[in-house]
Design a protein around this ligand. Sequence first.
Ligand SMILES: Nc1ncnc2c1ncn2[C@@H]1O[C@H](COP(=O)(O)OP(=O)(O)O)[C@@H](O)[C@H]1O
Ligand SMILES: [Mg+2]
Length: 349
Amino acid sequence: MPNEKDDILLKVEHLCQYFGPVKAVDDVSFDIKRGEVFGMVGESGCGKTTTGRSIIKLYDITSGSIYFDGKRIAAGAGSYKAAIKKARAEMRTADADGKTRLKAEIAEQKRQMAQALSDHKAAGSVTQIQMIFQDPIASLDPRMTVYETIAEGLRIRGEKNKAVIDEKVYRVLELVGLVREHATRYPHEFSGGQRQRIGVARSVIMEPQMIIADEPVSALDVSIQAQVINLLNDLRHELGLTIMFIAHDLSVVKYFSDRIGVMYFGKMVELTTSDELFAHPLHPYTRSLLSAIPLPDPLYERQRKRIVYDPLVEHDYSTDKPSLREVSAGHFVYCNEAEYQKYCQALGA
Ligand SMILES: Nc1ncnc2c1ncn2[C@@H]1O[C@H](COP(=O)(O)OP(=O)(O)O)[C@@H](O)[C@H]1O
Ligand SMILES: [Mg+2]
């Protein structure tokens, strides 16, 4: 039995990414296990892309830590700065003993902050994690041939041997269902589905352990969506990839994901296995997402009522404050104590 620590490939701890007053991601924690497909869903603007971009280090994150394969690859200074500020404020009214304790506390926070920022910098860019973007048109340079597009990452990494690059480019083209002859063409000559295959090729050529697929099928016709999802699923098995799959609705991630995290307004509100989420959705926002999935059953469709989620109606967080709590083994819900009791009862736990 591998121990649980070896089993976890990505660990996101208290991730915050703020843009001025906008808390795009606000204290989000989750793990992704080696080899699993982790689905992340939530409506537009809830912070999914920001989470992905934080993981591949496109930002100096506001606060929190991200670990990949046991090593801290990203960290922010926010929580340390806040702790130092708090200790300094307490210093003003503290007695002599208190002052000594607070001074030590500040020194320790400073030490940890320096370590965090040094880890962040030392890890550099992490090519072991590659991201596939939502819009294949916007993310492909129209002036570059397919060959140049796919080879770009290798070149940036310092690969100069033409024979090695050729061999790899032609191999991934085949892997994603394109052919050698496509290499000399330009993105505009391809359909949406084929362009997304080019995007996939550009990622897998870097031989990543993990791929973050950010709504990779949202811009595609429904008929093409399944093809791209099947491709990702095949590659996952062939290459032993771990996948974080971002989508704005649950129907796309349902069959593909081992576990699913539901985000709402910068927070992770529910996290559990795909099966458990569909069998026992607990957070009212998850329920509203589920109620939005159409089923091919006319009777059900006629009776289907969309549940609208209004946080002000659903929760009273004035005194009893919410946090992410484990309601049953591996099933986490963002809730307060009263809601926690209610959810436990609902599960018969
Ligand atoms: N670079 C940025 N600067 C300022 N605000 C941003 C930036 N990127 C995202 N945001 C804001 O952060 C929030 C989350 O955005 P995003 O992560 O793109 O959501 P999603 O991918 O779930 O649709 C939104 O309110 C968005 O406007
Ligand atoms: Mg997005």
